[in-house]
Design a protein. Structure first.
Length: 107
């Protein structure tokens, strides 16, 4: 999980900064409506990229563990029916979603 976040962090950061600069450019407008829309979009993009994609999503994926990648049986059969990666489908994990601290530290 950490290597995925590290490898995509530069791309997400660069795209976020570009979008923030574009939307912040609208703040220099004389029209108050355009100013507020530009400011709102810049803040929303910053929160979405840094607050959600780089903080909340990885934390939730770590908490869910294998359950984050589990497909319901109905989707597994659809997946197999279409012939895509049918041999890679993994059955759901047998353990419950609660973990001890030692199991979380091992991941």
């Amino acid at each position: 999980m950490e290597s995925g976040s590290r490898s995509s962090a530069t791309v997400v950061t660069a795209a976020t900064l570009i979008m923030i600069m574009v939307f912040a450019g609208f703040v220099g407008s004389h029209d108050p409506t355009i100013k507020s829309i530009g400011f709102g979009l810049a803040v929303a993009v910053a929160f979405g990229a840094f607050g959600v994609r780089m903080t909340i999503v990885p934390a939730v994926l770590v908490l869910l563990g294998d359950w984050a990648w589990w497909l319901p049986r109905r989707l597994v059969t659809r997946h197999r029916h279409r012939g895509r990666e049918a041999d890679r489908v993994v059955p759901p994990p047998e353990r419950t979603m609660t973990r001890s601290r030692s199991e979380s530290a091992q991941r």
